[in-house]
Design a protein around this ligand. Structure first.
Ligand SMILES: [Zn+2]
Ligand SMILES: [Zn+2]
Length: 175
């Protein structure tokens, strides 16, 4: 057995390198040990773990993690982000509503225009019909008036004639 077949993380021994490599890839307890080693390495390399929200510095990563649960600024930032998200959604909703209302108003305006156009046509039709009727009535009246005038003239003429005759008769009687 060579030393190459001993796991450097959990010290378990294997019959060959292939088995060792497989073990290091899949054995849970070994993977956990590998993780811990990596974290320790991180901490050794850099023992400043700074909160990205309030800039508080910790010497251990786990302490920073614990701090994140209670960090007021983190909560504040997250609340702010949540509020911004909600505000953004409201803005979108309002824009959507405005667009919908605008479309509705445009639709109603078009409808109104259509109705106005139809009414205008009907009014013109009625006006035209009335004009024709009025002209007809005027024409009829004119004829009647002319007729009446003619008859009046004839009657007047007749009366004048009668008066003249009466006058003559009277004169003859006087003479
Ligand atoms: Zn191992
Ligand atoms: Zn903090």
């Amino acid at each position: 057995m060579s030393e190459n077949t001993i796991c450097t993380f959990c010290n378990k021994q294997f019959s060959n390198i292939y088995n060792l490599k497989q073990h290091q890839k899949i054995a849970k307890y070994c993977l956990q040990l590998q993780n811990n080693l990596m974290e320790n390495k991180d901490e050794q390399q850099n023992n400043n773990f700074e909160c990205e929200f309030c800039s508080k510095v910790f010497t251990k990563k786990s302490n920073l993690k614990t701090h994140y649960i209670s960090c007021k600024l983190k909560k504040h930032t997250e609340d702010k982000e949540e509020i911004e998200k909600i505000e953004f959604k409201h803005t979108l909703d309002i824009q959507k509503l405005e667009t919908k209302h605008k479309e509705e108003i445009e639709r109603l305006c078009k409808e109104l225009e259509k109705i106005e156009h139809k009414h205008k046509e009907e009014i013109e039709k009625i006006e035209h019909k009335h004009k024709e009727e009025i002209e007809k009535i005027e024409h009829k009246h004119k004829e009647e008036i002319e007729d009446y005038k003619t008859r009046l003239q004839s009657v007047t003429f007749q009366n004048v004639h009668n008066i003249t005759e009466l006058k003559n008769l009277f004169l003859q009687y006087l003479l």
